[in-house]
Design a protein around this ligand. Structure first.
Ligand code: F6R
Length: 361
């Protein structure tokens, strides 16, 4: 049942401290500050030369997030929409790891991408929520995200668990490929252990309902960010449009001036996602939209005067490692989408035209 929540989506949003704890459980060795993923033997990823992440929808945004992290640590990594990957057929070798990210493990485009990559000689890994799904049967290896069943059509707790499991996988790939555990890695894993508590803090203090109320009836809703915050902005917009039916778009903050800025008016609130990396550049983008009269909603851990001056509203997240800030920021945007849809009386758990699992291409 919904345990007192009006919608499964709201319940699942609130389950995230627990689902994230399960995702992490037993997978970090806090003594050595290293990732312990018993699914894979020692040095399983030592010979990986590049990583292709394939996925659709929300899972694609988790894939983008991970590609950004891996590339920043020196591993060539690219995220593809699975449906496009099958057509583009980027070259692979037996040293290419293809990671298929799928909550259900049954998405047709994602299964097709994996089949093609595998027959071309790539090594494949399923990152999924569903034990014994088609994807786990098609792939060489599996990493379960352990988010628990998700009933709402809109993916929420499975996105945060995907990102968290991908952070663990990235750390393991980097450790195997470089043969060393780094200081960087220890800092990240230490912050990771605090992530369930950080998400609880967001749930306890979020002003997302007031923000949704303040901007109800706007012409459109825009979401911007750079680096990992770009994928979080895209995910914020996807969630918003799919359950509220309002026009919502996510952009790379760097792309704004190359076209999307033409859409920005006083009637288009812009959600600006900060991660703690490249924040000064993103602040400048926020000033650009503010100069066009758009309300600015900052999603950030910053509390300084510059943010206060710029933002009409702040959705606060706890201070954490910049590679993880996107998880707490995403939870704020889940809540904004939920409350916006709820104010409009939408059928939140079953949005029109959408299915939980897309088994045709
Ligand atoms: C959005 C949503 C969809 C799915 C997509 C992939 O809330 O749920 O965009 O993320 O259909 O599904 P999976 O992850 O099952 O492959």
């Amino acid at each position: 049942g919904k345990s007192g929540y009006a919608h499964f989506m709201h319940k699942e949003i609130h389950e995230q401290p627990e689902s994230l704890r399960r995702t992490i459980q037993g997978r970090v060795n806090s003594l050595t500050g290293t990732v312990a993923l018993d699914e894979f033997p020692t040095d399983a990823f030592a010979d990986v030369e590049q990583v292709h992440l394939v996925a659709m929808g929300t899972s694609h945004h988790a894939a983008m997030y991970a590609a950004t992290l891996l590339a920043a640590r020196g591993i060539p990594a690219y995220a593809f929409m699975a449906g496009e990957y099958s057509l583009a057929r980027p070259p692979v070798t037996d040293r290419t790891l293809v990671v298929a990210v799928s909550q259900s493990g049954e998405t047709a485009d994602t299964l097709d991408a994996v089949r093609r990559a595998r027959s071309a000689g790539a090594r494949t890994l399923a990152l999924t929520n569903v034990v014994a799904s088609s994807l786990t049967r098609e792939c060489d290896d599996t990493l379960l995200i352990r988010a628990g069943p998700e009933i709402g059509v809109a993916a929420t707790k499975t996105f945060t668990s995907q990102v968290t499991a991908l952070v663990l996988l990235c750390e393991r790939i980097v450790a195997d490929a470089t043969g060393a555990s780094s200081r960087e890695s220890r800092d990240l894993l230490e912050s990771l252990s605090r992530l369930p508590g950080d998400v609880q803090a967001v749930l306890d203090t979020s002003t997302a309902e007031a923000v949704a109320r303040a901007y109800a009836g706007s012409d459109a809703y825009f979401f911007i960010g750079r680096g990992i915050a770009h994928s979080v902005a895209l995910e914020g917009a996807l969630k918003f449009k799919e359950i509220s039916y309002e026009h919502a778009e996510g952009f790379a903050a760097s792309e704004l001036k190359h076209g999307p800025l033409a859409l920005v008016t006083e009637q288009t609130p812009v959600f600006v996602v900060f991660s703690g990396r490249h924040d000064e550049m993103t602040l400048n983008n926020a000033k650009e939209v503010q100069a066009r009269g758009a309300p600015v909603v900052a999603v950030t851990s910053r509390t300084d005067g510059e943010i206060a001056e710029l933002a009409d509203h702040v959705l606060s997240i706890p201070e954490t490692h910049p590679d993880l800030a996107g998880v707490a920021a995403n939870v704020q945007l889940q809540l904004v989408a939920y409350h916006a849809a709820n104010l409009l009386g939408r059928p939140i758990d079953k949005p029109r035209n959408l299915a939980k699992c897309v088994t045709v291409e």
